[in-house]
Structures are given as structure tokens and as C-alpha cells.
Ligand binder design. Structure first.
Ligand SMILES: CC(C)(COP(=O)(O)OP(=O)(O)OC[C@H]1O[C@@H](n2cnc3c(N)ncnc32)[C@H](O)[C@@H]1OP(=O)(O)O)[C@@H](O)C(=O)NCCC(=O)NCCS
Length: 399
């Protein structure tokens, strides 16, 4: 087990091509390009053969005003013939240990049903709802708007549009510099931007799917991360996607509350999305300590702004005590294991804890969903500190 090196790239791509879907190879190639690329992968080698692979990116997740260092796992696979020997288990453990060692407070990923629960991940953040663009959708585009491919010089303006949309959510996963670079160079990705002659007013990330190898024929496009100033640029981006796809199927990912969301119901067919991003929190004490600015802001906006006291968040195997006074969470310390809620506080099992911070249910919703999630007498305070949150998360891989 070791970090990948440039000499492993060809074998990693062959392994990914063998075990992941058809987009895996160009996507992995984009992330492996450059000096830093292979070092973001760990491999299991048998002699000079790469037998299993796992990638670990460095990211950050914002929760309210707090930005948390995070790790993202992707491209997990073992070579046919090497399965069932614990290679991926060891690589996952190695990647997660590296993530913890560099200070990541959370890990996020998406993938094989159930598999990653074995490594402490829970299903938490809903995926954006996809709408299938109707072939007959009326997409009248306002005059003066031109849609074109983004060039390298456009990236700062693209990122400003993306940041402006993400600012509207409680939780957001901004792309790292590395991810933007990899996305911009991936064969399966196109950045389309709207230009009104003086400024950029819209952005969409296209994932080019089935049919792209055929050249000028129809190909499927997933339109994600639509970030636009008003509905005019959204219409321009969708009309452009229709031109680009040449009759292929177009799926557009919703962003509730953003301009694209106002357009989609009239032009697209809503599909069901039940998958979720998985989140792992190895050290709840460190996480809640880092989250003090966010918890304090919530406290300040609640009935508890002028009160003081302690709230025990027990995850049964251990716990965290939040001390609050004067509208701020002033201290966070660990608490011992306890059976039930003998010392008051709230009880949230460890596998539900990621949902308490990053999920759409909030403390009150989780109590309804899990028999071993209990809010006890400090329910109102718990609900103020841990409300349901909205999230804008889309990783390198577009599901
Ligand atoms: C899924 C995959 C990565 C597992 O690799 P592997 O080398 O067989 O994994 P390991 O031997 O390290 O298995 C680790 C544990 O997971 C279990 N496991 C393996 N595949 C599993 C699956 N699909 N679902 C649930 N558990 C699984 C193993 O039994 C083992 O547990 P155990 O030691 O308690 O028996 C591999 O089959 C693969 O490459 N699949 C295709 C690629 C893919 O779909 N990747 C997903 C990208 S997100």
C-alpha cells in the first residue's frame, strides 16, 4: 500500500476502465494529470501490478460561516481476481487515516450502495433533483445573450457566479483549485458561459455522456451547477445545451432557490432522486469545536441569546458538552460514555451525528426517524442549534 506515482498512471487508468463506468477513464485521467495528480491516489501493488486504487482529494465544506477542512474519496476499485482480499478495506483505511492526519474534520463521498457504511460513512446530503429537458420546451432567449465555451481566463468570473449561488445555502462544497483545474481539462466536461457583451451572467457545467465518441451525432448531456443572474441567462444555457446535444437526452440538476429552479418545472420532467452523499465524522468533539462560529450564530438568533448553560450532545459511546453564554458557544469539551440520557442532554447515535450537522432533518426530524435519537428536556435548545439545513453539494463526479 503506498501513494501512487507517475509510473502507475497507465495501470490505474486500465483498472478504472475495467471496473468503473465508461466515464471513469477520462475523469481519472484529468485528475491524474499534473505533478500533484498521482499523489492524490493510494494504490495496492502486487509486484509491479497495481491491484487496487482509491483517490483522496482535499476539499473544504462550509457550514454557515464555518469552513471545515474535508476529504473526498473517489475512484475506488480493485482488479478482477484481487477482490475479497481486503485490499480496498486497507486502502480506504489508509486514505481515511491520511485525511485525519492532515486535519480533515469530515469526509464526503458517493458510491456503491451500502459499501462505505463499513468505513463509518452515513447517507446524509440529498443529491440535486434532475429534470429531463422536454424536447418541445419553449426556451425563448432574451436578445443580446450569447453562450460560448469558457476559456481559462473566464475561471475567476465562473467561480464568482458559483460562489454567489452557493452563498444561499447553509452547507456548500466549493470546488478546490485542483478540482476546478481537473474539471476544466476533463474530456467529459464542458464549461458553458453566458456573455451579454459586457459581463458573464451565467455558467453551466456540462457532463458529456453516452454518444460523445460518435463525433457530430447526438450525445447525452447532464447540465449541472447552473449559476446565473436571473432566468434569461438560464434559458440561454438550456437552449445552448439543446443545441449542443443535437437530439441527445438532456438532464438538468436543480438548485432550489436559485434562478435555474424557477425555470425547470415549466421546461423539464422531474425525475426521482433518492441517493445521498455520504458523510463521515470521526471526531465529533473536534467537529463541534470547529463549528462554534456557526453554533454561536444560531444561538444568537434564538430565544437562548441571553441565557447560559451546558448542552450535552451524547453519542452514547462518548459525548460533547457545549457551554454557552451571552449568545455564543464558548467552550466544547468531551464527555464520557453513558447509557441512555441519565445526565439529560440530547442523545444522537454516532452514525446519525453527521445528519445532525449536514443533513436536511435537523434535531427534531432525526428524533422522528431514529428510535435512539432523543432530545429530552433541552429539545428547544437542540432544535435552535441543530436546525434542518439546505445544502449545495456536487463533487467532481456527476451522479
Ligand atoms: C466494491 C469493490 C471496490 C470492493 O473491493 P474488494 O477489493 O473486493 O474489497 P475488500 O476485499 O477490501 O472488501 C472489504 C469488505 O467489503 C465487503 N464487500 C466487498 N464488496 C462489497 C459490496 N459490493 N457490498 C458490500 N460489501 C462488500 C467485503 O466482504 C469485505 O468485508 P469483510 O472483510 O467483512 O468480508 C470492488 O468489488 C470493485 O472494484 N468494484 C467495482 C468498482 C466500483 O464499483 N467502484 C465504486 C466506485 S465509488
Amino acid at each position: 500500500m503506498r501513494s501512487a506515482q507517475s509510473g502507475d498512471v497507465e495501470q490505474i487508468l486500465a483498472l478504472v476502465g475495467d471496473r468503473l463506468d465508461e466515464d471513469g477513464v477520462p475523469d481519472a485521467a484529468a485528475t491524474l494529470a499534473g505533478v500533484e495528480g498521482p499523489g492524490r491516489y493510494v494504490v495496492a501493488v502486487d509486484g509491479d501490478r497495481v491491484a487496487a486504487v482509491t483517490a483522496l482529494w482535499q476539499d473544504s465544506v462550509r457550514v454557515g460561516p464555518t469552513v471545515l477542512p474535508s476529504g473526498q474519496i473517489d475512484f475506488v476499485a480493485s482488479l478482477a481476481g484481487y477482490g475479497g482480499r481486503g485490499l480496498v478495506r486497507d486502502l480506504m483505511n489508509m486514505a481515511l487515516a491520511r485525511s485525519a492526519a492532515r486535519g480533515d474534520l469530515v469526509q464526503i463521498m458517493i458510491g456503491i450502495p451500502y459499501f462505505y457504511r463499513q468505513f463509518g460513512f452515513s447517507y446524509v446530503i440529498p443529491l440535486p433533483t434532475p429534470y429531463e429537458l422536454r424536447a418541445d420546451a419553449d426556451l425563448a432567449v432574451p436578445d443580446g445573450l450569447e453562450v460560448r465555451e469558457a476559456g481559462p481566463d473566464d475561471l475567476p468570473a465562473v467561480r464568482r457566479l458559483q460562489d454567489a449561488v452557493q452563498a444561499g445555502y447553509d452547507v456548500a462544497l466549493p470546488h478546490s483549485d485542483d478540482t476546478w483545474r481537473s474539471l476544466a481539462s476533463a474530456e467529459t466536461v464542458r464549461f458553458r458561459v453566458v456573455d451579454d457583451g459586457s459581463a458573464m451572467s451565467g455558467f453551466a457545467r456540462h457532463k458529456i455522456g453516452a454518444g460523445r465518441a460518435v463525433g457530430d451525432g447526438p450525445h447525452d448531456i447532464t447540465v449541472a451547477e447552473v449559476a446565473a443572474i436571473g432566468v434569461g441567462p438560464v434559458r440561454a444555457l438550456l437552449a445552448d445545451a439543446r443545441t449542443q446535444a443535437r437530439g441527445g437526452r438532456i438532464m438538468v440538476k436543480d438548485r432550489p432557490g436559485a434562478a435555474v429552479s424557477a425555470v425547470l418545472p415549466a421546461v423539464g420532467l422531474r425525475h426521482q432522486e433518492t441517493d445521498r452523499y455520504m458523510v463521515r465524522v470521526a471526531d465529533p468533539v473536534a467537529l463541534l469545536d470547529a463549528l462554534r462560529p456557526t453554533l454561536s450564530a444560531r444561538l444568537k438568533a434564538s430565544h437562548f441569546a441571553h441565557e447560559s448553560g451546558d448542552l450535552l450532545v451524547s453519542y452514547y459511546r462518548g459525548g460533547v458538552v457545549l457551554t454557552y453564554a451571552g449568545g455564543a458557544v464558548t467552550a466544547v469539551r468531551s464527555a464520557p460514555r453513558q447509557q441512555g440520557l441519565v445526565a439529560g442532554g440530547i442523545g444522537v447515535p454516532p452514525d446519525v451525528l453527521p445528519d445532525l450537522v449536514f443533513g436536511p432533518h435537523g434535531a427534531a426530524g432525526l428524533e422522528q426517524l431514529h428510535a435512539d435519537c432523543n432530545l429530552g428536556p433541552q429539545r428547544t435548545l437542540a432544535e435552535a442549534l441543530f436546525p434542518p439545513v439546505t445544502a449545495d453539494v456536487l463533487t467532481f463526479y456527476v451522479p
